[in-house]
Design a protein around this ligand. Sequence first.
Ligand SMILES: [Zn+2]
Length: 82
Amino acid sequence: MGRDVKNIKVGDRVTIPFHESDGTCPQCRDGFPNLCDNAIMAPQKRPGGWAEYVTVVNADFNCIKLPDEVDMLSASALVAAI
Ligand SMILES: [Zn+2]
């Protein structure tokens, strides 16, 4: 876990969007991180894309905590659609 990550802790069930966003551009600030000016396609640019463990930049913004009732298979399909 990166030292700057504040909202996610080890053991949290999370998923990440198909692309990572910076959280600071106008699109991100307006609630549209899928249109981020600086989006990075995680599976193509990050070690571990499509794996159990993956690096995530700006994890507090890009990690989405999963409710207990959402299984991992459903979570993976949900984030592929956004
Ligand atoms: Zn952005």
